[in-house]
Design a protein around this ligand. Structure first.
Ligand code: PEP
Ligand code: MG
Length: 560
């Protein structure tokens, strides 16, 4: 038995045979650059069509980007020149793509930095094609489903698999936001990534893959098998229950109706939502409009995106979070000075208020898109009352301008704030008097309370949502909102973490906003919770003196 540990990517527990995916090459160059480019072009065009019909336009777009790169003389020209000058073709591809990718990595724009990965993927695809790698992957001729394991899976690789034969993904490389994880979530299978010790010796072995804990267990002994069989069976039961829960509203065991909302980043994230019942969009991260394009989006492009979402979920409402860039998200056309410590610098509402022309355009698009409907506007990274006052004033003046031009605008607009800084959480009772709702952004709130960067693996152990300081703060905000009679939701990752559902309900939370794939799981957890026991649990949790004690109490244990 071998127990390997990776990063939990997509939820689920499965048992099956491992198929280790590896492209075979003869190790020698068999094609020239032109022939390899032509073959790759033919392949990405095929992949585009397949992705378009299987996964939709948004996921297919990556392949049209690859097509453009393969046709780009600025990329292919230097490769050919280097090969003509005597460099081995594979080496020429590697050198040129690496050097272009590393230049892109130094760019401020997130859009350009993301292109670096695309260029590396194109480089690898060209090298494999030069060596005539065998990419005619087929599953064995049985009707079994397999756990596909690999060193790494590129978007092209993932398109080779027949999805009906996949049990789960296990990869050596990749993080929680990798392409493998995105695909696994969209087809509803578990994924564990970043399993550093995973290699081809796993081929053909029987294994358990646990997408909740990140465990990948090959050739389990009888004791482990008994434990994992139980997990697999309860997962199968859970999936059956989730199917029945999809179409219903969320109620606690004792009958309290709880609001469940979804988080999206772009209109196409609504795909699949028609099969589920939910109460609206609790967080629309609008910055995709700004970071996904090279140029500043026009008012009408923004209007289209907001209106698509508002209309799609009507009569439910959409909460549009205004641009949250800064921190690690850099955008060239924003006036963003180089900062020593950008997470504590000009981020979110601070940056919007110092770029009022861009901010007013966004507000204009939202006001127009919400005409005749109700819309919620939410501002990120709030620390001072003036930020709320200034935003309200800006909305008023944009509205006045539009009505002056006889343009229909939203008459029912609520202005809320994200509670994601210690200042806003501490001042929640005062801030509640100045806005219409709160949404707790636990991803940032944890990082700022714990003074631990949410993206830095070196301080992962300190970035602790179980820490009493975090939970005390969340409790305080929920109670302040209830006292002031305004809505409070949680839209950060904690809302989608079933370990916290009961505690949050016990604190009085009535709204959860989670990614679509987690919706039914959260509804199920809500339906299993009795509010009076939840209140007792949260009271007990709030007596915890450190994160271990809190974890223990949440897991059903006592104070340590
Ligand atoms: C948060 O901080 O919890 C949040 C929801 O916002 P984001 O993750 O986009 O910063
Ligand atoms: Mg945030």
């Amino acid at each position: 038995m071998k127990i390997l540990k990776g990063i939990p990517g997509a939820p689920g527990v499965v048992f099956g045979t491992v198929l280790y995916f590896e492209k075979k090459t003869g190790g020698k160059i068999e094609l020239d650059i032109d022939a390899a480019v032509a073959k790759c072009l033919e392949k990405v065009r095929r992949m585009y069509k397949k992705a378009l019909s299987d996964l939709g336009e948004d996921k297919a777009k990556i392949f049209s980007a690859y097509e453009m790169l393969l046709e780009d003389e600025m990329l292919i020209g230097p490769i050919k020149k280097s090969a003509q000058g005597g460099t081995a073709p594979d080496k020429a591809v590697k050198e040129v793509t690496e050097s272009m990718a590393s230049i892109l990595m130094t760019k401020k724009s997130e859009y350009l930095r993301q292109r670096a990965d695309d260029i590396r993927n194109i480089g690898n695809m060209l090298i494999e094609t030069l060596m005539s790698a065998d990419d005619n992957f087929t599953f064995p001729k049985d009707n079994e489903k397999y756990i596909v394991a690999a060193r790494e899976l590129t978007p092209v690789d993932t398109m080779l698999f027949d999805r009906s034969r996949l049990l789960g993904f296990a990869t050596c490389e990749g993080g929680a936001a990798s392409h493998t994880v995105i695909l696994a979530k969209s087809i509803g299978i578990p994924a564990v990534v970043g399993i550093s010790e995973l290699n081809s010796t796993a081929q053909g072995k029987k294994a358990y893959l646990d997408g909740y804990t990140g465990e990948f267990v090959t050739e389990p002994d009888s004791t482990a098998a008994a434990v994992y069989d139980k997990k697999v069976r309860s997962e199968e039961e859970l999936i059956k229950t989730l199917e029945t829960i999809k179409k219903s509203d969320a109620y606690t065991k004792d009958g309290e109706r709880i609001g469940v909302y979804i988080n999206i980043g772009k209109p196409s994230d609504l795909k699949g939502s028609e099969c589920e019942r939910f109460d609206g969009v609790g967080l629309f991260r609008s910055e995709f409009l700004y970071s996904a394009a090279k140029d500043r989006p026009t008012v009408s492009e923004q209007y289209e995106a907001y209106k698509t979402v508002i209309d799609a979920v009507y009569p439910n409402t959409v909460t549009i979070r205004t641009i949250d860039v800064g921190g690690d998200k850099q955008i060239d056309y924003f006036n963003m000075p180089k900062e020593e410590n950008p997470f504590l610098g000009n981020r979110g509402i601070r940056l919007c208020l110092s770029n009022k022309d861009i901010f007013s355009q966004q507000l204009k698009a939202i006001l127009m898109a919400g005409a005749g409907k109700k819309v919620k506007v939410m501002i990120p990274m709030v620390t001072c009352l003036d930020e709320i006052r200034e935003t309200r004033e800006l909305i008023r003046s944009v509205r006045e301008e539009l009505t002056g031009e006889n343009i229909p605008v939203c008459e029912d607009l609520m202005l809320g704030i994200m509670i994601e800084t210690p200042a806003s959480a501490i001042m929640a009772d005062v801030f509640a008097k100045h806005c219409d709702f709160f949404s707790i952004g636990t991803n940032d709130l944890v990082q700022y309370i714990m003074a631990a960067d949410r993206g830095n693996a070196g301080v992962e152990n300190i970035y602790q949502p179980f820490h009493p300081a975090v939970l005390t703060m969340i409790d305080r905000v929920i109670k302040a909102g209830a006292k002031a009679g305004i809505e409070v939701s949680v839209c950060g990752d904690l809302a989608a973490n079933t370990d916290f559902t009961e505690v949050l309900l016990g604190m009085g939370l009535k709204k959860f906003s989670v990614p679509l794939p987690m919706l039914s799981r959260i509804k199920k957890k809500i339906s299993d919770t009795d509010l009076s026991s939840a209140r007792k649990l949260s009271e007990k949790v709030l007596t915890g003196e450190d994160e271990n004690e809190v974890k223990n109490i949440i897991a059903g244990g006592e104070k340590l």
